[in-house]
Design a protein around this ligand. Structure first.
Ligand code: NAP
Length: 248
């Protein structure tokens, strides 16, 4: 199960899981875009990809998503909390409505998804939950403070869940992606640029120790590692996959 699996990093994660033989359900709000993505993923990988329109903020819809995924694909052993909302705004101008929207999607969305799938994982004897956060979110996220707060809270949940659910065979981890020029994040970044020709990502690239921006595949590889038997003794961890951007 990959939330936000119709675009960007989520799409890359879904594609990689399909290529590794998993059956994959993707879920997000935009039904047309999601269905087109699932069809392309199915054709390109020869696997089974199911599109289930869903707003992760709505707990009833998320419970229905869990039922549909189980009925159509079987027990769900991996959930990737990737769906998120974000916008650039100086902290003093963030409205309660804007703050609530980001926290609702990122934090409550991750909570709703985990709640909806974890009981089934317990019944099945185990599973894996992976949340896509940001590098070291407890350090804050200037100009994106609501997202920083939400991601930091999800890291806390990751650690609480890892301790509580570990004895039931459920591993809970997080990944902190560095800058990856997906369409979603590019829209945000362009708001930062003073003119449309500014090479925001190019400037960022020069500050990275590895001197290259990330790709959805970089994050997908980390998901596959954490979800696979190779990661079977890893839980409660934040794995920064960020070209070294978080180095002190
Ligand atoms: P993206 O393409 O904009 O992905 C966001 C996804 O979330 C979209 O597929 C969107 O689909 C879905 N979504 C938003 N609100 C939703 C809701 N209420 N319910 C269900 N789905 C919802 O951007 P991305 O760059 O791939 O980001 C993916 C993840 O990586 C996010 O968690 C982001 O914070 C994280 N991340 C990205 C970067 C980066 O540089 N790209 C860096 C650090 C972390 P719909 O519009 O159809 O709902």
């Amino acid at each position: 199960m990959v939330t936000g699996g119709g675009t960007g990093i989520g799409y890359g994660i879904a594609q990689s899981l399909l290529l590794h033989g998993a059956k994959v359900a993707i879920a997000s709000r935009n039904a047309d875009r999601l269905t087109a993505a699932a069809e392309k993923l199915t054709v390109d990988t020869g696997g089974t990809c199911l599109a289930v329109p869903c707003d992760v903020r709505d707990e009833g819809t998320v419970r229905a998503l869990a039922r549909t995924a189980r009925d159509r694909l079987g027990p769900v052993s991996l959930v990737v909390n990737n769906a998120a909302g974000n916008f650039r705004m100086p902290a003093e101008r963030v409205t309660p409505r804007g703050f609530r929207t980001v926290v609702d999607i990122d934090l409550f969305g991750s909570f709703n998804i985990a709640q909806a799938f974890v009981r089934e994982m317990m019944e099945e004897g185990g599973g894996s939950i992976i949340s896509i956060l940001m590098p070291d979110p407890e350090r804050g996220f200037p100009l994106y403070s609501p997202a920083g707060a939400a991601k930091s809270a999800i890291l806390s949940l990751t650690r609480s869940w890892a301790r509580e659910w570990g004895p039931r065979g459920i591993r809970v981890n997080a990944i902190g992606p560095g800058p990856i020029p997906t369409e979603g994040v590019t829209v945000n970044m362009m708001e930062m640029a003073s003119d449309e020709t500014s090479d925001v990502f190019g400037n960022m690239r020069e500050t990275l120790p590895l001197r290259r921006l990330g790709t959805p595949d970089d994050i997908a590889s980390a998901v596959v590692f954490l979800a696979s038997p190779a990661g079977s003794w890893i839980t409660g961890t934040l794995l920064n996959v960020d070209g070294g951007v978080s180095l002190p």
